[in-house]
Design a binder for this molecule. Structure first.
Ligand code: PMP
Length: 324
């Protein structure tokens, strides 16, 4: 098996066709006129995009993300920092109008599931839209996304995170070429085994009208969110994020929230380390500071297996019942 397909490309045309199809079924992204790059998970593409967007700028790019944000944006950018870019924690430090900015916009956001809008604007700002969760099972889809650089992942579409497969939709040919160069230099292509695995998954998903996976996964996530919200509503000690109902073009109706995570806040003064409070109740969450936020917050995952989720609900019920 050679590195490439027909000695030309690292990208399976068949798989590309299936990706275009899944977006048209989910109605979540406009693929027309876009180039597609594959990566070892979307994680690799986040870095490839930063390298691509920071080439040939007049000054060093400030890479930013508004808190709370997914921590690898900072971790990767710090680790791979070059003379062309660096991560800036405090958005106020990018005050000079006209400085080069690369902003990660995660929509819906990890950890809080809300739609994010860019913080920075202007001709010197470029965006990387991380749409890992922009699928009908995690969020309403108000309209197909149509940004210049958009990143998706199999991890949050089918749950096959360990297969390590992600893709980017890129409008500009030059940015696309630079991202391909990154993959070429870092990896000499994307695993053909992984691409074959992904293709089988897409084929399975697209049987019938291809909508069933979203209907099933939406119902699962919505039921989980309702169970969790119901317990938290009995508490005065904890609160969770609010996500307003919204019209969804996939379901053709207004629908309630079904996020991947609960972003929990500990409201009591003495609970300043929220992760500790949950840890004492044998609930493992990811601490607020990992997201550039406060230790009053902890993120709980709703996308584990059913047994883990049932245990979470059980232990959360006990924790909340201690209040009375
Ligand atoms: N972006 C976001 C917002 C995520 O939450 C994740 C996974 N937790 C990723 C990217 C990375 O996913 P992967 O590398 O598995 O594609």
């Amino acid at each position: 098996m050679s590195y490439s397909f027909n000695d030309r490309s690292y990208i399976s045309q068949q798989l590309e066709n299936h990706i275009v199809k899944v977006h048209s079924i989910a109605k979540n992204a406009n693929t027309k006129g876009k180039y597609i790059v594959f990566g070892v998970g979307s994680t690799q593409l986040l870095s490839a995009a930063v390298f691509a967007l920071s080439t040939n700028l007049s000054s060093r790019a400030n890479v930013v993300a508004e808190a709370p944000f997914y921590s690898p944006y900072k971790e990767q950018t710090d680790y791979f920092e070059t003379a062309r870019f660096h991560f800036v924690d405090n958005l106020k430090n990018v005050s000079d109008y006209g400085s080069e900015v690369i902003e990660f916009v995660t929509s819906p956001n990890n950890p809080d599931g809300n739609f994010k809008k860019p913080v920075f604007e202007g001709s010197s700002v470029q965006y990387i839209y991380d749409h890992a969760y922009y699928w009908p099972h995690f969020t309403a889809i108000p309209a197909p996304a149509n940004e210049d650089v958009m990143i998706f992942t199999l991890s949050k579409l089918t749950g096959h995170a360990g297969s390590r497969f992600g893709w980017a939709l890129v409008k500009d040919k030059q940015i696309y070429d630079r991202m391909l160069t990154y993959i070429d230099i870092a990896e000499l292509g994307t695993s053909r085994d992984t691409q074959l695995r992904a293709l089988q998954l897409f084929k399975a998903m697209q049987q019938g009208d291809g909508k069933e996976i979203f209907q099933f996964a939406y119902k699962t996530m919505r039921d989980r969110w309702e169970q969790l919200s119901q317990i938290i509503s009995l508490s005065t000690r904890f609160t969770i994020q609010e996500i307003p109902p919204q019209f969804c073009t996939f379901f053709q109706k207004v629908r309630g929230p079904s996020p991947a995570y609960a972003w929990v806040k500990c409201e009591r003064k003495e609970d300043s380390n929220c992760t500790e409070v949950f840890s004492r109740a044998k609930i493992t969450g990811r601490r607020g500071s990992r997201f550039g936020s406060d230790e009053r917050y902890v993120r709980l995952s709703l996308i584990r297996g059913q047994d883990d989720f049932d245990l979470l609900i059980h232990r959360l019920t006990d924790l909340v019942s201690e209040e009375n």
